[in-house]
Write a protein that binds this ligand. Structure first.
Ligand SMILES: NC(=O)c1ccc[n+]([C@@H]2O[C@H](COP(=O)([O-])OP(=O)(O)OC[C@H]3O[C@@H](n4cnc5c(N)ncnc54)[C@H](O)[C@@H]3O)[C@@H](O)[C@H]2O)c1
Length: 253
């Protein structure tokens, strides 16, 4: 099986760092024209440096009013066609840590929902019309093990928003399937790939880290490449009859 995205237009959010960078660079290596957005233009430049002719980037805060829809319009305009593959990857805990429920300000609750769930709603709503017209499209959301059970982070909003993203994925698969559009999700396990997850891992100490790894059947932590590979498969023609699925990529728990 040879996965190929030659000539396809691929849009990846959160492309400046971590999973998003690996996803954007991997799609480019397989022939796609990749459009990435993130908060930091500097980090995006680091992503594009791997394949400057194939990766085009824009700094966008996807939680600003209208921004997610505006970015999709910009990608379609730059590409001159509908998006073939949309990866809703931007997310995370927004610098927050585990706190008792009664100590969580309402604004912090909303901040996590804004990027992990509301941005995905706006991105998919904006990309769907072009995909429907083209009669094809693949959408992959990046949810989390925290979208299927409690979160290791202990952050109530993160667990709730990722559960919401799983629900959105399943619902859109049913709604958009008749138009030839598949919608699936990758649910990563714990990967120390960003400042928050690295700090979390370090806070466990040697004993806690050993316990975490021993709780994974394959006895190792995942990598950004492990996550990206699952996205490539779900976005590929070979996964064309897979729809509405949540693929856990966590080494087996
Ligand atoms: N690392 C893990 O352990 C893990 C586990 C499960 C799920 N996830 C999910 O995977 C996705 C990627 O995580 P990662 O580990 O690569 O983290 P990361 O922090 O390296 O990447 C997330 C990217 O999203 C971007 N982003 C955040 N808010 C944004 C906004 N308002 N507008 C535009 N971009 C924004 C960030 O700048 C960052 O580059 C996230 O959705 C995260 O919730 C991560």
């Amino acid at each position: 099986m040879k996965i190929d995205f030659a000539g396809q237009v691929v849009a990846v959010t959160g492309a400046g760092h971590g999973f998003g960078r690996a996803i954007a660079q991997g799609f480019a290596a397989m022939g796609a024209r990749v459009f990435g957005c993130d908060l930091s233009a500097e980090e995006l430049a680091g992503t594009a440096a791997a394949a400057p002719e194939a990766i085009s980037t824009d700094a966008f805060d996807l939680t600003a009013p209208g921004a997610a829809r505006a970015w999709i319009a910009r990608v379609e305009e730059k590409a001159g066609k509908a998006i073939d593959v949309l990866v809703c990857n931007a997310g995370g805990v927004r610098g927050q840590v585990n706190r008792p429920l009664e100590e969580v300000p309402e604004a912090d609750w909303h901040a996590i929902f804004d990027i992990n769930l509301h941005a995905a709603f706006n991105l998919t709503a904006a990309a769907a019309p072009g995909m429907k017209q083209a009669g094809r499209g693949r959408i992959v959301t990046i949810s989390s093990g925290a979208g299927l059970q409690r979160s290791l982070t202990g952050i109530q909003a993160y667990c709730s928003a990722k559960h919401g993203l799983v629900g959105l994925t399943k619902q859109l698969a049913f709604e958009l399937g008749p138009f030839g559009i598949g919608v699936n999700s990758v649910a990563p396990g714990f990967v120390p790939s960003n400042p928050a997850s690295i700090a979390q891992f370090e806070s466990y100490g040697p004993e806690g880290q050993k316990r975490l790894v021993e709780g994974i059947a394959l006895r190792r932590l995942g990598t950004a490449e492990d996550i990206a590979n699952a996205v490539f498969f779900l976005a590929s023609a070979q996964a064309g009859f897979i729809n509405g699925q949540i693929l856990s990529v966590d080494g087996g728990r």
